[in-house]
Design a protein around this ligand. Structure first.
Ligand code: ADP
Length: 585
């Protein structure tokens, strides 16, 4: 039906897509399957041996046969379990390899998405996709595929054997199959939706948790533990309920299926007993038939539970593929080639317009040309658009109109990697990774040796405090290590920008209060960093503007003034106003 088709199609697509990950590991996958098939074939031997014992050894009294059939039985059990052991090993190896591929793939996709993707989602939610969701996809390989295939093989084998034994009984035992198939498709269509909700709910919980942990200081400061507990409880409760939804369905479905199967067996026993008494069937054959029948329903149930698990896994895989399929807002144009040399660093903004939301323009036609090597300060009220303008230069976003040009070339015609290699940026409150001071410095140039590292740190006026740390350059910093002050972080950040040695520098001055001594050090460090490089400084404290060549004033997304400090003060415009406000002259 149409209803089923529209539900099944995306499922099949996700499944096929997951299966594509098996491609590079074809040999391993096939070996695993062969092992599984062999183990299954071995499983069919014992009931046959039991039939021989009942009919030929016990009833026909062929005692000499006994040692042989017992030997056969032992052999079959040993072989079966040897294949099973091999199968488990290979299958797990396969599954770990594939899930590792998938995880790498999703992380790599994430790293190439644009900033907007991360701005519009909670970090915890994204993390949930990389870890929890891929783990669920893993289940497709653990019990899923293999279980499904061995179960199907077993079914086929047993059906063949049943028909060989007695076709009337075989037809009878197939009677419940249509019922089982119908309910399976009913279950699949319902449970998939539930699992989709479950995965989303898990991600919400994770997202909340990440947020709550990041904001723990606020929670403590406001004494809002109770409030947060209530929020957590609500989300956790919702997650449990979503899980339960699926389990309730399963609680009806699974025993229901087992009941149908059991009734099938009862039917066979009823009819079979008559056949034996009428002499159409030997006792051994009936026992054989019943043991195969018991084995026949095992894979059917197995297929049901695999189907159940598969629905959960596929719901998770959809979330993983969603990330893989996201097209970054900012991406390289086709066939862009990186210039051979590093840029000189002449930057021109030409009628640049930009908005985050269509109804709120943030930049309204900013034009300014900055020759290579010039030091420019950007000044203006908070929210005027200073950071946004420089984020556009780094292509964290693309202009909505106008162009930005470096050395005469539209930055959208340069590879993003090349563009960002030309720019060193120091954030207001730089982020330091969990790792040693050295690791963090090396971020500027992964190949720098200790000498270069130290001279960059000296130039950034950071060497002194780093040397005073408990383990010097090998001191662990970041969330799990020594905490550095904002001023220190900025100097580490300046040092790593120095190691990067870019022709263009963006420096976002810290807004938090920094003591005068630190400020002097940062200014010295900044001088070292910006000498001979095109520099943009987002200035919050106008006292620091002595060393710049030029000041640009932004007001509400427009460039309103452009000149030297003295000129702008004497002009008595926006800059003069800001200056007066800060120094109350
Ligand atoms: P400034 O650096 O001059 O303080 P910004 O460039 O940070 O100004 O911000 C300019 C305007 O854009 C502000 O109104 C701000 O709220 C808005 N804005 C900044 N970043 C974002 C964002 N990621 N999403 C939506 N709006 C933003």
């Amino acid at each position: 039906t149409q209803f089923d088709a529209c539900l099944v199609e995306p499922l099949v697509k996700s499944l096929l897509r997951v299966l594509l990950y098996l491609r590079p590991h074809r040999a391993l996958a096939i070996t695993t399957l062969v092992c599984a098939a062999c183990a299954t074939a071995m499983e069919l031997v014992p009931p046959w041996v039991i039939k021989i014992i009942i009919d030929d050894v016990i009833q026909a009294k062929q005692t000499s046969l006994l040692p042989w059939v017992i030997g056969l039985l032992v052999g079959a059990h040993v072989l079966k379990n040897m294949f099973a052991s091999l199968r488990i090993r290979l299958n797990n190896q396969l599954e770990q390899t594939v899930v590792h591929d998938l995880r790498r793939h999703i992380f790599s996709a994430l790293q190439h998405l644009s900033i907007t993707y991360f701005e519009n989602r909670s970090t915890g939610e994204i993390m949930s996709r990389v870890t929890n969701d891929t783990e669920h996809v893993e289940r497709i390989f653990i019990d899923g595929l293999e279980g499904m295939l061995t179960a199907s093989l077993t079914l086929l084998g047993i059906t063949g054997l049943l028909f060989m034994l007695n076709w009337k009984l075989a037809v009878l035992s197939l009677l419940p199959i249509p019922l089982l198939a119908l309910s399976a498709s009913w279950f699949t269509s319902r449970v998939h939706g539930y699992y989709r909700e479950t995965r989303q709910s898990a991600a919400e919980l994770n997202g909340y948790l990440q947020d709550a942990l990041s904001g723990i200081r606020e929670t403590m400061g406001f004494g809002r533990q109770g409030h947060e507990q209530a929020r957590f409880d609500r989300l956790s409760q919702a997650y449990s309920e979503k899980n339960l939804q699926a389990m309730v369905l399963w609680s009806i479905y699974s025993p229901g299926m087992i009941l149908v199967a059991a009734l099938g067996t009862v039917l066979i026993l009823w009819y079979g007993a008559g056949e034996v008494m009428e002499g159409h069937l030997t006792l051994g054959e009936l026992v054989l038939f019943l043991s195969y029948l018991a084995m026949f329903y095992v894979p059917i149930n197995q297929i049901h539970s695999v189907n159940h698990m598969l629905q959960h896994a596929l719901a998770a895989s959809e979330r993983v593929f969603e990330v893989l399929d996201t097209i970054p807002d900012v991406a390289d144009r086709p066939r862009v080639a990186a210039p051979v040399h590093r840029a000189h660093g002449a930057v021109r903004f030409d009628q640049v317009q930009f908005h985050y939301r269509p109804d709120v323009p943030v930049l309204r036609g900013v034009s300014v040309a900055v020759p290579a090597g010039e030091r420019v300060a950007l000044v203006g009220m908070s929210g005027a658009g200073k950071s946004t303008l420089l984020k556009l230069l780094m292509r964290f976003y693309d202009v909505t109109d106008g162009v930005i040009v470096i050395d005469g070339k539209d930055i959208r015609d340069l590879p993003i990697a090349y563009l960002r290699q030309q720019i060193g940026f120091v954030q207001q409150e730089p982020f330091l990774f969990n790792g040693t001071v050295k690791d963090n410095l090396l971020y500027g140039d992964l190949n720098a040796d200790q000498n270069r590292l130290e001279s960059a740190a000296r130039a950034a006026r950071a060497h002194e405090f780093i040397a005073a740390l408990p383990e010097g350059y090998d001191t662990w910093i970041g969330e799990r290590g020594v905490k550095l002050s904002v001023g220190q972080k900025q100097r580490v950040s300046i040092a790593r920008a120095l190691l990067k040695d870019p022709p263009i520098v963006i420096f976002d001055e810290a807004t938090s209060n920094i003591d005068t001594e630190t400020e002097v050090k940062i200014r010295e460090a900044l001088n070292e960093l910006t000498t001979g490089r095109t520099t943009f400084i987002i200035a919050h404290r106008l006292s620091t503007l002595h060393d710049v060549d030029r000041i640009i004033v932004l007001d509400n997304g427009r460039l309103v003034e452009d000149g030297r400090h003295d000129e702008l003060v004497s002009r008595g415009g926006v800059y003069a106003g800001l200056y007066e406000a800060q120094f109350q002259v």
